[in-house]
Structure formats: C-alpha cells, structure tokens
Design a protein around this ligand. Sequence first.
Ligand code: AMP
Ligand code: GLY
Length: 419
Amino acid sequence: MKILVIGGGGREHAIIRKLKESPRVNAIYAAPGNGGISKDAQCFGLAATDIKGVVSLAKELAVDLVFVAPDDPLVLGLVDALEAEGIRAFGPNAAAAIIEGSKVFSKDLMQRYGIPTAGYAVFENAESAIAYIKEQNSYPTVVKADGLALGKGVIIAENEAEALSAVNSIMSDRIFGESGSRVVIEEFLTGPEVSVLAFTDGKTVKPMVSSKDHKRALEGDRGLNTGGMGTISPNPFYTDEIAQECMETIFLPTINAMAQEGRSFKGCLYFGLMLTPKGSKVIEYNCRFGDPETQVVLPRLKTDFVDIIDAVIDETLDKIDIEWQDSACACVIMASGGYPSAYPKGLTIAGLDDKGQLEGATVYHSGTALKDGEFVTNGGRVLGVTATGESLEAALQKAYAAVDKIKFEGAHYRKDIGR
Ligand code: AMP
Ligand code: GLY
C-alpha cells in the first residue's frame, strides 16, 4: 500500500512510525511533514488545510489511503473531498468532525442524549455572557470559545475580573478569530483528567489504552495551557471499573447519538474525561488522535495498524481483535523557550543522530526542520522524547535520560511528567 499522511507534528510522526511497522505498507508520504518526519516519509510542502492541493497530490501519487490527522482539515471537509474523488481516507467527514469543531454543538449533543458533562450556557454576545457571569457569581468558572483555537480557547477564570476579561478577549477582541463568535460558560469541575482515544466505525467503539496529558506549561500544573507538555500511558487513575462505566455512560451513547443525528463518526474519537467525585464526565471531544497522546498510545499497539484502519473504513470494527502491549510509555515534550507565547525558530538541535533519533528512546519530531543537513527548531513544541518500559517509572527514567542528551538554546520541558 501507498499511504499519504496529512499533518506535520509529533502525532503524525508517531502515526507514520506505526504504519511503517505494517508489512502491508511499502510507501509513506507526508504533507507537510517536518524535518524529522522526512527521515521516515517523503514530504510535500503543502498545508494540511489545502483541500484541493491534497486531493490532487493524492491522485498524483496514486495512494491507496489518505490518513488525515489534524482537526482543521477534518472540520473543513478534507475527507469528504477525498471520498468524492473515490480516494479512501481515514478520518471523520465534516458532518461528524463538528463534534470538535463546535463546542456549542458538542455540549448540546451531550445535553440532548444525557451524556455526563459540566453544566453550561451559550452566549452570542459579550453583554449577555457578562450578565450571566455576574448573576452566577461563582468561581472558578470556565469560558470557552465555540470553535477551534489551537487548544488555547479555554480560560479558567478565578474571579469576576478574569472572567470578564476572558469574554472580552474572545468575543470583542476576537483573539481566536471567528471561533469566538459564540462562547460557552461552563461549570468548573475537579478531578483527574484522562484521555481515551477510541477507534470507531460509527457502530462499534473500541477504546485504545488510556493516557494522561499534562496541559499546563510549567511544573506543578502552573502556567498557561499548551497543546500538551507530556503524556503517560496507561493513565493510573483510569481503572477497569471506570472504563466500564465510561463505556456505558459516555462512549457508546456518544457513538449512537452521532449516528442518530445523521453524523455517523468514523475514525478516531478522542474523549477528554474528568473523573469527578460525581462520576466520569466529558470535558471535551476531539475528532482525531491527540497530540502528544498518540506518542504514548500507538507504541503500545500490537495489532497491524493498517488492518484496524481498514476495519474502521469498511465498518467491520466488530470483527477485529485489537491487542496492546502490557507495558508503560512516557513522552516528554521539549518545547521552544517562550512557548506557548512567542518563541524563536531556527535554533540548532544537538544530540540527535542523522535520523533525528537517539539511542534508548524514540524521538517524535513535533516542530523541526532540516537546515544544511542539521535539525533546527521550527515550532513551539519541538520534540516528543518517548520511551517504553515495564513500568511507568522505567519508561520515565529512559525518556528523561534521553532528554538530558538533547540540547537547544532555551529548551524548556517539564521535569514532573508522570509524577
Ligand atoms: P479543553 O480544550 O476543552 O480540553 O480544555 C482545556 C483544559 O481546560 C482541560 O484539559 C481542563 O484541564 C480544563 N477544563 C476545561 N473545561 C473544564 C471544566 N469545565 N472544569 C475544569 N477544568 C476544565
Ligand atoms: N493533547 C490534547 C489534544 O490533542 O487536544
């Protein structure tokens, strides 16, 4: 098979590495890919959101499958465009991707179908949102932009001033653009967070092994929200009992609700959960693999990834057994100094071999480029340094030992991943 993977981060690198293990695959291409990915796949300099460009590239390369990894092309309908041309694609169509594309949609869906989530209200203008916040007068409160915002559209406000400033920056200043034309004001929940990625063909849902992201920029869960500073799998808080509860109250009801709405979801559905004192609740849905969750989940997959992709597309997921390694995996993100705010690019990365790797770990490249044959930084999140071990402790030790050997100016990483 020839496969084209759309996207250019650490998640896509992990997907490509796993696809390469399949004896069924003989060529992998990526658009746009990145410096590190170019060592594993031929890269084409095309934006993931260039729908027409991707369709023509897929035709030109005569690929057997296009794997669409990021949220924005999915929400924009890349899978619909590919299928319209008879090209096989992995990922939900636009009608289903709205589960991530609009928080108003997903909250209303959960409310209609009785799926547990935080209480909420939706506002179309700043004045009514502000009036509601003042009337509720309960803090912390959570302010969310409706649309996609690179994982940064959620503000936890500790007091009235912060809440009003959040509403104003989202709705009046439009710091997230059109994503802020509506806001969701949400009840603040507490408890451990769990990420569960699940394969689904619209009828059957098969959750993958669980993971835990560390979203804040600084140790001790302080600082700004980021795309994710590190992950571990499995998530120690997610017991078999909780998994069973989530299957009954969240996973199956969500798949069935989407089917009933005429928005059957095929692909990877990401359940962002919070294990609250009142049971497990949905914090968010994503219409795709998580980043950096994928970097710790896929290494543990034993079953041929391509067989699972086929089963999702052909709606035969009920017929396939998916096996996982009984190991632990840890990923530490090395980010550019300043991330998630402004950061420099083009800094030389020392410590990697010519394949962008390092003995004892797997280095998934998130934001790197090749300059005169050398790896340089080219994004906020730069590398996901990942290791597998018999225990979480062993995996973390290996990952951090590798992190110690990689250097670039201003490199920033959290020392408490998995702690
Ligand atoms: P989201 O982008 O929706 O995943 O939100 C980003 C992060 O904000 C989540 O991972 C949570 O840590 C936090 N968060 C979102 N919604 C809530 C909520 N209702 N209560 C408490 N924390 C929340
Ligand atoms: N790591 C969080 C996300 O992929 O949305």
